[in-house]
Design a binder for this molecule. Sequence first.
Ligand code: SAJ
Length: 480
Amino acid sequence: MSTRLQSIINARGPIRKIGVVGMGYVGIPAAVLFADAPEFEFVCGFQRDSPSSGYKIAMLNRGESPLKGEEPGLEDLLGKVVGAGKFRCTSDFSEIAACDAVTLAIQTPFKDPKDLIPDFSALTEGLRAVGRHLTEGTLVVLESTVTPGTTAGMAREILEAESGLVAGEEFCLAHAPERVMVGRLLRNIREHDRIVGGIDDVSTRRAMELYQPVLATGTIIPMTATAAEVTKTAENAFRDLQIAAANQLALHCEAMGVNVYDVRAGIDSLKGEGITRAVLWPGAGVGGHCLTKDSWHLERGAQVLGGDLWYPHGAESIFGVARKINEFMPRHMVHLTLEGLKRAGKSPEGANVALLGWAFIQNSDDTRNTPAEPYLAAMEDAGAMVRVHDPFVNDYPGIKVSHNLDAILAGADVVTVFTGHHHYASFEAARVKELSGREHPIIVDGRNVVDPDAFIRAGFIYKGIGRGDKNSHPIVQIRR
Ligand code: SAJ
């Protein structure tokens, strides 16, 4: 443990002024919660004055949140701390010099997950800006999701090179991954347990001092910085794995003529002391910005840090296989669609497909990495004409998204449900058939939202993920 760093911290005293770099959906709630804590005197939000996001600075300083969608309590709290003079946003990074602690909450997407190379360019720029103004005794915390090894590796190197100071000797460095979900930002920070990992014990303790005041019911879970990075990526990799297991089971149930939802309920009924069966839900695919990348961060960490210790020595790890199963599901939706068209004696060429649901998750407008996109591309490649409906999504680059469901259903040969928006659960089979104007329209249900028997009785050709019990049903001829 560094006694030198501890004595520098003791001389500096408790954390009073905090800097938060990155005014996004992670940085803004963190900044206002730090500012609202009586333990701290002042919080400075740092935002690049770039053409795409510089507008946030003036908005935040007026007490207005630039975040889309409902965030309960956020704008009130922002107005309160701005009015109390406890929070201000600036693009002048030199003010970092006066901060006792600085957190970085900057997006870390993948350029292309196929090569496992994350795009750390924005984070690197933020680290350089912090390093240039770093002073002795400051605590630096990475909140972004990063490949394990980044905090003690690349981040440490950049901060030391820019500041001339030594991490663990002259400044503290830690990782405290965010666990926030859109729509629950403030609540998640206050209520989730907080993983806090320093590159050494002094850094861990200093980071605990920073986060303790903003936790309402959550507790601090201390560990090393690398363990914190592994925890964050693994908690999402495990969720991705659970979903993949449900998807694999669904594919097997289709092959064996079984209803996967009966099997799921059966497995779930196994209860009792020490028995756990977290059977999640099969579906049309896995989107979002968490699960689609965090398994690759985990894999890359093991490869880079582990070298030849990395198991399975070049073969596919279970997390990689899980990703591939989840990425396969939109292609399986294409397969079900083509099978349905074949049963109707129709070619995909020129077929009208009504694609219902563009958001990656039900009852949301969030479209990041939507699994509907590869489905649309594949159906258009097969010559189909795809029209997209989503009641929550207003626009998406290159895609026309309609809010008029009847118009999208009119003349549809195929109706494909990709997102489980509640609007689709109340579908009337007769109405949908009438709108389609087809004798045997096809319905492909990717989220188990429609009643197969109702649609089969109405003359539809039904296909559903995991519905091995229904996918080869006899086609009902409707007497005129
Ligand atoms: N999905 C399934 N089957 C399931 C659950 C989800 O196919 O049983 C699909 C969804 O349709 C969606 C994707 O997976 O396309 C992701 O869904 P998600 O519920 O995991 O939502 P995310 O991506 O917003 O995940 C976030 C994560 N939170 C953070 O990173 C802070 C994740 O760790 C949480 O577990 C998750 O929210 C949550 O539980 O709400």
